[in-house]
Design a protein. Structure first.
Length: 153
C-alpha cells in the first residue's frame, strides 16, 4: 500500500493480539486513512480461514481466531523531485508498505492451539533456588583535579 510503514504500524499495533471481532471493531472506528485498507486485509485473512474450514476440510473455529502477527515492512521507495525557487529542486521519497497479518486459533480456555500442557507436566513454575549475592564493591573515588600550571611569559 502507498503509505509509510511507520503510519501503518500505528494501526497494526492497535489490533495485535486481539480477537478478530474486536480487531474489526477497532479498525472501523480508527480515524487513520490506512485503517480501511488494514480492515480489508483482515477480512481477506478471515475469508481465507473460512475457505480452509469449508473447502479444504481443516478444523478452524472462526470464533476463536485472533491476530497473532501484524507487520508493516518497507517496500520499494519512489524518489521524486519537486520544483523549488530559483531553479532548484527538492528531492523527496514516496514510501510503500508491505502489510502482513497472520491469524491463529485459541482454545476455549484462551491458550493458543498447540500449547496445551503435556500430561505429567506441572503447569505452574517452580521457584529456582536463589544464590547468595556477593557484596558489591563501593565505586572508586574520583581523583582530585590539580591546578593548571601558569604559562611562562
Amino acid at each position: 500500500m502507498r503509505v509509510s510503514p511507520q503510519k501503518a504500524r500505528l494501526v497494526l499495533n492497535l489490533i495485535k493480539g486481539r480477537r478478530v471481532e474486536e480487531a474489526r471493531n477497532t479498525l472501523a472506528f480508527t480515524k487513520k486513512r490506512v485503517a480501511a485498507t488494514v480492515a480489508k486485509l483482515l477480512q481477506s485473512a478471515i475469508d481465507n480461514a473460512n475457505f480452509l474450514s469449508t473447502e479444504k476440510g481443516l478444523d478452524v473455529e472462526l470464533d476463536n481466531l485472533y491476530v497473532k502477527h501484524a507487520v508493516a515492512n518497507d517496500g520499494p521507495r519512489m524518489k521524486r523531485i519537486r520544483p523549488a525557487p530559483m531553479g532548484r529542486a527538492y528531492h523527496y521519497v514516496r514510501r510503500i508498505a508491505h502489510l502482513e497479518i497472520v491469524l491463529a486459533e485459541k482454545n476455549r480456555n484462551g491458550a493458543p492451539v498447540g500449547t496445551a500442557p503435556v500430561a505429567g507436566q506441572k503447569t505452574t513454575k517452580a521457584a529456582a533456588p536463589s544464590k547468595p549475592k556477593a557484596k558489591a564493591k563501593a565505586p572508586a573515588k574520583k581523583k582530585a583535579v590539580g591546578k593548571k600550571a601558569t604559562a611562562k611569559k
